[in-house]
Design a binder for this molecule. Sequence first.
Ligand code: TSX
Ligand code: MN
Length: 591
Amino acid sequence: MTNNKKVLTWLEEMKALVKPSNIVWIDGSEEQLEALRAEAVSTGEMIKLNQEKLPGCYYHRTAENDVARVEDRTFICTTKKEDAGPNNNWMAPAEMYAKLKALYDGSMDGRTMYIIPYSMGPVGSPFSKIGIELTDSIYVVLNMAIMTRIGTPVLEALGEDGDFVKCLHSKKDVNPDERYIVHFPEDNAIWSINSAYGGNVLLGKKCFALRIASYLGKNEGWMAEHMLILGLENPQGEVKYICAAFPSACGKTNLAMLIPPEILKGYKVWTVGDDIAWLRINPKDGRLYAINPEAGFFGVAPGTSEKTNFNALEATKKNTIFTNVAINNEDKTVWWEGLDKNPPADATEWTGKLVNGKDFVAQGGKLAHPNSRFTAPAINCPCISPEFENPQGVPISAIVFGGRRAKTAPLVYQARDWEHGVFVGATMASETTAAAAGAVGVVRRDPMAMKPFVGYNMADYFGHWFEMGKKMDADKAPKIFHVNWFRRGDEGEFLWPGFGDNMRVLNWILDRCDGKVDAKETAIGYVPFKEDLNTEGLDITDEVMDELLSVKKEYWTEDIENQKEFFAQFGDRLPKEISDELKALEERINA
Ligand code: TSX
Ligand code: MN
């Protein structure tokens, strides 16, 4: 399949370790994938869904102990512990290799090892990077075929001497006590064992496109970020691009595929990506450009409906793999909480148990696992951007950070400049949603939504953001904003309608980028004058708008204390710019 010596040498070494009984190169052809689907159905690994209603769609159920990423078993193995930093688990590479080799020894005995060459980013794009994943799971092969570009064209792009990320996965026996997701950034390698759940085993995604890529980006002068990318078209047909980072449960995929309200007709959102952005400065114009390194959406199913995300739902109607949702046995389709208010009576819940779905849900049970997923091809999305495959990426006008804050952050504000914007990203936080209505949840700090995904010391990651800013002229660099769709009133009610109406906020953001509107300077940055936010057709009073845009000293004083505590863990390694910004914020708040 290839003459690349680095590939062949590595393959020999891995074969000797996992001792597969059979080896299959994934060429990416539809015939090969179809044969694998048939095989997975024959062994029970996958279930074929209703092919009239859901053509090309399949179902997979994971082990009950294997339903999410496992942060406590995820490691960054650098030579020096300080290089992994305080937010990552660490073990010395030699020690970890020894430990893992014992686990992988013969783990594919009696099984087939699939070799998946894949490209993150369009094949041959200057932004793109190649990986090769070895796996004993057909489910992994079929998901990788949706989430990345795979097969022979990738090997051709790799050539005889190209470098690649070496990815080894074995589901082994899915033993949670011996489950490890391990990154060796200095070796360009990822080893995953004893899981068969998406985020732990689709190694191109979080492991490569965020953890390894963030490390490569730091060394090579580019950025790998946990961001959606969207294009916003105005009634004149002009399109501007925005990247946005949010912690989990803030609706990133929903924003990426937003449908504007009736009243804003002529505006449209185009989706470039819903999860990951790779960003580079274009030497020709000095602007920051982004690509989506992925080719599909690995989205959370519960909560996805015609109302919350019509486009995502449409994307799942063909050639999609569903994981851990419920099956409607009447017509072999799928169901999850939040799809509609009509759970199927004859249902199989995610664990595989047959239940009366209506009774089960009425009694408070969940038919679908809360982290159940769809793996859908990006090209299925009705609003996929015409620039989705552009190998040069799209120019970014604004970077938006966000979080779920009941009282602290206003609906939207703009950072004072790039340095302050990096600080705004570094102080991102979300409040837990389990809290009762009205009660303020526990604050979790999640800088740039990257806390679980930076493949090196997070203090150095902040430093890299400042470095990137220095490489761009202020008028070329994206402007930085913060949004909060989740501000609450005194009764715990949401003050902002959210969803499609967020378009009104995105329009203000682009107006600011174009210098079309003025804004009010506050201690935390620039907040809209309420006349400049289009609220036409919204049932929202002036008082509520004032509340949504207000900055309250008591909450910020409390948050600054929490910020200080968070930054303290980085010690001397914290960039001076962060402490300077923190001090300046405190002074402005107290002024
Ligand atoms: O995704 C969300 N977005 C972004 C949409 C583009 N959600 C869902 C979060 C869980 C993933 C939101 N929830 C948003 C939002 O903007 N806002 C809210 C809070 C909210 C919930 C319900 C209502 C209003 C706001 N209103 C009614 O239910 C009628
Ligand atoms: Mn994500």
